[in-house]
Design a protein around this ligand. Structure first.
Ligand code: TTP
Ligand code: MG
Length: 365
């Protein structure tokens, strides 16, 4: 009788991220913008130059304009740009079309926000085959939606995600299993999933500049500085270790709380205190309903009713208050501008799974 050997099946994960998504959609709608810097967020001439850059095209990035920057600063850097308000309805429609295309190519599919998704494509069998698939996906999106994307392929989500960002725009980066460290370690530590601006500053103070520095840092010291969950997570991710699955079937619901101040305020202490309180209430709800979450969002409404939301997906599932609060603090920072009064703040978690399901998922922590 022939001996059956259990072959180790390689996981192959593909991450797609649209290039300068909002501004790319605007460019395709307005061919006259071609070649010009385009900045989406607000018109600097209206509302006395208030508002924040949602995104900008690569022409505008040459002038150092970035997402999250006050529109008044963008105006100083690049007054010749085309400035546009955010058209969520249009981008939402384009996003749905793209997700429908991507879903068809995946064994398992997980959308992450508006413009990115993970596809588990392990059944394709080899990285060469997935390279062909990635080109096919890029072509189909370009043909049908007239915008470009960047794709990263790796043996887990963290590698695929970092790879998609590696050769933007219109990039395709394949990282074979044996090349993971060679690929990750020279990159700045800020490229790692979950490392926000504040954490990056803290890591730099510890002389950790690259992902390689982080990978080779004493893990017990990382745990001491960042706590058991984040410390361990940083150590694993920097070493290219990520066993988290592409998860389908997230709960459609989200849990949120918001608060309107009696009087509009720019008192940072009050705003952070209020946000912390909202996070506590959200967290109580999450725990009472026995959920774990992955995405955290803030909402902010200025006194002129201009409203922004901003989200971040964490590299792990959690139900801890600290994770909501820390993420909300990082997300709201860019929106707190001097002399700009705030009417309302909100906190929200989404990408929820029931705690029972969470236990069955192959999560690393
Ligand atoms: P990103 O994928 O982070 O950025 P991008 O697609 O504009 O550019 P890149 O080519 O580097 O991927 O975000 C997707 C969309 O989300 C972006 O087009 C606009 C929106 N967004 C905001 O509204 N605020 C923000 O701070 C960021 C980062 C994005
Ligand atoms: Mg993008």
């Amino acid at each position: 009788m022939a001996l059956k050997l259990n072959r180790m099946v390689t996981r192959i994960i593909l991450h797609v991220d649209m290039d300068h998504f909002f501004s790319a959609v605007e460019e395709r709608e307005h061919l006259e913008y071609k070649g010009k810097p385009v900045i989406v967020g607000a018109d600097p001439k209206e509302g006395k130059g208030r508002g924040v850059v949602s995104t900008c095209n690569y022409e505008a990035r040459k002038f150092k304009v970035r997402s999250g920057m006050p529109i008044s600063k963008a105006w100083k850097l690049c007054p010749q740009a085309v400035y546009l308000p955010v058209n969520y309805k249009l981008y939402g429609q384009v996003s749905s079309n793209i997700m429908a295309i991507l879903r068809r190519y995946a064994d398992k599919f997980e959308q992450m926000g508006f413009d990115e998704a993970f596809l588990d494509v392990s059944s394709r069998g080899s990285f060469e085959e997935v390279k062909r698939l990635a080109s096919e996906i890029k072509e189909e999106i370009l043909e049908k939606e007239k915008i470009t994307c960047s794709i990263g392929v790796g043996s887990n989500k963290i590698v695929a995600k970092i790879a998609s960002d590696f050769q933007k725009p219109d990039g395709l980066t394949i990282v074979a299993e044996d090349d993971v460290k060679k690929f990750l370690w020279p990159l700045p530590v800020g490229s790692l999933w979950g490392v926000g601006k504040k954490t990056e500053r803290k890591l730099r103070e510890m002389k950790i500049k690259t992902i390689g520095d982080l990978a080779n840092y004493d893990p017990s010291q990382l745990i001491e500085k960042f706590g058991a969950i984040w410390g361990t997570q940083f150590h694993l991710l920097a070493n290219g270790i990520d066993r988290s699955e592409v998860i389908e079937g997230w709960e459609a619901k989200s849990i949120s709380r918001e608060f309107t101040f009696e009087e509009d305020t720019d008192d940072k202490y009050l705003i952070y205190k209020t946000l912390d309180k909202l996070c506590e209430q959200v967290c109580d709800d999450v725990r009472n309903s026995r959920f774990h979450f992955k995405t955290v969002s803030i909402k902010i409404r200025y006194s002129n009713f201009e409203t922004h939301t901003h989200s971040r997906t964490l590299p792990f599932l959690t139900s801890r208050m600290k994770d909501i609060q820390k993420t909300c603090h990082e997300l709201i920072e860019a929106f707190l501008q001097p002399n700009r009064k705030i009417r309302l703040v909100g906190a929200r978690v989404s990408k929820l799974v029931s705690s029972e399901k969470q236990k069955t998922l192959d999560q690393e922590i």
